[in-house]
Structure formats: C-alpha cells, structure tokens
Ligand binder design. Sequence first.
Ligand code: NAI
Length: 283
Amino acid sequence: MHIEKVMVIGAGQMGSGIAQVCAQAGYEVYLNDLQEDIVKKGLGVIRKNLDRQVQKERITEDEKEGILGRFIQSTDLKDAENADIVIEAAVENLKIKMRIFEELDQYASEHAILATNTSSLPITEIAAATKRPEKVIGMHFMNPVPVMKLVEIIRGLATEDEVYQAVEEMTHRLKKVPVEVNDFPGFVSNRVLMPMINEAVYTLYEGVATKEAIDEVMKLGMNHPMGPLTLADFIGLDTCLYIMETLHEGFGDDKYRPCPLLRKYVKAGWLGKKAGRGFYEYR
Ligand code: NAI
C-alpha cells in the first residue's frame, strides 16, 4: 500500500495543519473544504507558518515554494478519486462525518484508505457508513499539528493490518510518533484531558476562582504548559463540547456531563481563539 497523494477534508485549524505537515513530507495534497474562501484561508495560515520557518532558517525560500506547489485546492469530494489516503478533519459531528464518509466511499479509488482525525467519535460507526470498513481508520493528530509529535492511531472493528501499517509508516514519514489505542469514546487523549477541562469550566461556573487563577494554578502547580481554559480556547469550545457529549453519551456516567457554562459560550458563538473570543479575547 503506497501513499503519495493525500486529500484532507476540512481546512480549519486541524485540516490546515495536517495538510501542511503532509506537504512538508513531500506528499501531494488536495485541501478540501465547503467553500473556496475557506480553503484559501487555510492555505494562508500554512503560508504564514512556512514564512516563519524561513525566518528561523529552518527551510529555504525555495523549499517553501516547493511545499506550497504541492497543494491543490478542492471544494468537491469527487477529487478523492485522486488520493491514496483521505484524512477527514471536518467538524466533530457524527452525522456530518458519516455523510462525508458515505460520499468518499463512492468517489475514492478502491485501494484508498479513509482516515478520520476525530477526537472522540467511534471509528467503527464511521466505517459502517462505507462499503470498505476494512480501509477506515482513526488518525488523531494533536493541535497545533506542525508542533505536536503524537498521532493516536485507532483501528475500527474491521480495519485491516495492512491499513494500520500503511498509516503507521506515513506517521513516521510525517516525523510524528504513532501510538495505537482502542476504539472507545475519546480514545486515551480526550478521555483523560477533556474531563479535566470540563472540571476547570465548572470551577469557573461555580465561582471557585477567576479564569486567570484557574489557569495559573494548573500551570504553576501541575507544570502544565498552559492552563485548561486557555487550552480549551485553543482547541475550540465547540469541539470541547462535542467531545464531552460523546463521552457522556458513550459512558452514560454523570461525571462526563458538559458544564452549562461551556454550552452557553458555544451558543453565544464564543468558540475560542478561532472565533476571536472564548474564555479570553484574541485579536
Ligand atoms: P475547525 O472548526 O477549525 O475546522 C473544521 C472545518 O471543517 C471548517 O473549515 C469547516 O468549514 C469544515 N467542514 C465542515 N463540514 C465540512 C464538509 N462537509 N466538507 C468539508 N469541510 C467541512 O475545527 P478543527 O479544530 O480543525 O477540528 C476538526 C476535526 O479535528 C474535528 O473532528 C475535531 O474533533 C478534530 N480535532 C480537533 C483538535 C483541536 O484541538 N481543535 C485536535 C484533534 C482533533
């Protein structure tokens, strides 16, 4: 199973990061989103990141242009016919992901792997939307993708060994470290991280401390590089809420109940850094 051409669905925070590291590793990359302006915005973010790498003399101007030359803009899922692997990074919503996978299954060539960057949703269920569940796998990158080393790899019930191996190999080529985990809600990363973030929101909601104090306690007291409320803003509060809902539904335990304040912020459109406002304000 040889991978050379990649399609990334979703040109948001994660999709643009995944597309960037793929192009930097030499893959040809179709970057897809619903509208052309969103794809262009994603490419703009990538260009800025690469400019910074040129400034720091990590890559040359020529290398930057070479990387940018490996992108093909896409607003049509039919472009999946060109890809050896599709990595989906659209919103964290099971219905939307299942619809995307159903369509991808029609267009992608027979040998193509269909991967999802879902943070928490069941790979087996997403795979069931296709007629090729053996080719479906979870490939969970961390945010920000160009910086973070980990990729959680999650097999669905039917995922073939060959597919797992190809994805593991690709992860190494992206200079990242694969860790295999089983298909349970939130996998390992978000089953452990997200209840902590949700609890931090509860401490704010219940007036235990200010947002700054909560973040400072966790930074200085637990040696975390950033406080949980800042981290939630970076992840996206909508994504945090979707993940908590998946954990709550998947395990049925009240300890996973999303904090009402988190719901309120999402309803207000305060989605975190990407929206300019979450727990904090961003320019
Ligand atoms: P985002 O909101 O920045 O980007 C999502 C993008 O998907 C948007 O540009 C949207 O227009 C696009 N989209 C929605 N429906 C689509 C469709 N049908 N076809 C094509 N594009 C579509 O969200 P973000 O943060 O990039 O998250 C994307 C996925 O990555 C989610 O599943 C999330 O759970 C996962 N993830 C997020 C992490 C984070 O820290 N934000 C970390 C790891 C995984």
